[in-house]
Design a protein around this ligand. Structure first.
Ligand code: BDR
Ligand code: CA
Length: 326
């Protein structure tokens, strides 16, 4: 049993787990506003197989084995896969050592996306926190399907902020720029959580020291620790940015964010610019001449309020399970 109620909104998470993806899954499942219909996986931080196993591991940790996991694309639309194992570790979940549960994954992500969005037009929120390959494939196979989502909350891109994988590109958009462009151009109702907000919310070393002595608390500490040590070595900041949970935050509580509608597109070419978000904010042009389509971009966030919402929710499953054992 999860935290959802009869008022919960149906959501699908599309992820490449990944440490912060795992935290996003925990936040979504601990949020009464959301009913998670399924988790789609995609090649990104790690290979598709590793990421799919990690989604299953996290669900087992939370006692949520009834949530189906649908494997999707094994690589980007037109490029070689790039992984982020230097941040997330070779197994994708840092130093944590969760067992792989016995159950297996379900059908395939692209079919699940198309069938679910078509069956519930205007109702389902997609929360995409990896490269956008699965969403682009769904749109290619069933044109217009992404417009059937109530909202598509995406962790990706950088608007006024530098990139994190190249000077101008964020990892998810860089890993599959063609997919990112197709999704941004789909006309779906997109709300972006770019680096502009995700670089403002982080777990600090003091948070790790205060993790509860529960299986989930130990998991978070082990998963985050190597990335935090890496951050200390490369930029002298003992912080782990909560990229993917911020996209879940957009679906739960948009009032935490300052959101601006921006005409935007994604660059797919260029040695230096692949995956860059190009925002057309020219002063001297008319709306009809702007490049790209209008999407909502979160450009600031109340980090304190987000963290106050985040911590009790990521540990709510553990708390309720501990309670039920008493
Ligand atoms: C994004 O890249 C991945 O490494 C994270 O999981 C997040 O989705 C941040 O750029
Ligand atoms: Ca991710």
């Amino acid at each position: 049993m999860g935290s959802e109620t009869s008022d919960s909104r149906p959501v699908i998470l599309d992820a490449d787990p990944g440490v912060d993806d795992a935290l996003a899954i925990m936040l979504a499942l601990g949020s009464p506003e959301l009913a998670v219909l399924g988790i789609c996986t995609v090649s990104g931080n790690v290979s598709l197989d590793i990421g799919t196993g990690n989604a299953l591991r996290v669900l087992a940790l939370l006692g949520r084995d009834e949530v189906p996991v649908y494997p999707g694309a094994g690589g980007p639309l037109r490029r070689e896969a790039v992984y982020a194992t230097e941040v997330h570790g070779p197994g994708g979940l840092g130093d944590s050592a969760l067992p792989l549960p016995g159950r297996s994954s379900s059908g395939d992500a692209v079919s699940f996306l198309i069938e679910t969005l078509s069956a519930l037009p205007g109702e389902v929120t997609l929360i995409a926190v990896g490269p956008l390959t699965n969403l682009a494939l769904a749109e290619a196979r069933a044109p217009g399907v992404l417009k059937k989502a109530r909202e598509v909350c995406v962790m990706g891109g950088a608007v006024d902020e530098p990139g994190n994988i190249t000077p101008v590109a964020e990892f998810n958009f860089f890993a599959d720029p063609e997919a990112a462009r197709q999704v941004v151009r789909s006309g779906a109702s997109i709300t972006l959580a770019p680096l502009d907000v995700t670089h403002r919310v982080a777990l600090e070393a003091s948070h790790l020291a205060e993790m509860p002595a529960t299986p989930t608390g130990r998991f978070v500490r082990g998963a985050v620790r190597p990335a935090m040590e890496l951050a200390m070595r490369v930029r002298a900041g003992r912080q782990f940015f909560l990229h993917d949970p911020l996209a879940v935050g957009l679906a739960i509580c948009p009032s935490l964010f300052r959101i601006e509608t921006v005409f935007a597109d994604v660059e797919t070419g260029g040695d230096l610019t692949a995956g860059q978000v190009v925002a057309d904010r020219r002063l001297f042009t008319t709306e009809g001449n702007r490049k790209g389509l209008p999407i909502r971009c979160a450009l600031d966030v109340d980090a304190g309020r987000f963290l106050a919402l985040f911590f009790p929710r990521i540990f709510s499953e553990a708390v309720s399970r501990e309670d039920s054992r008493r």
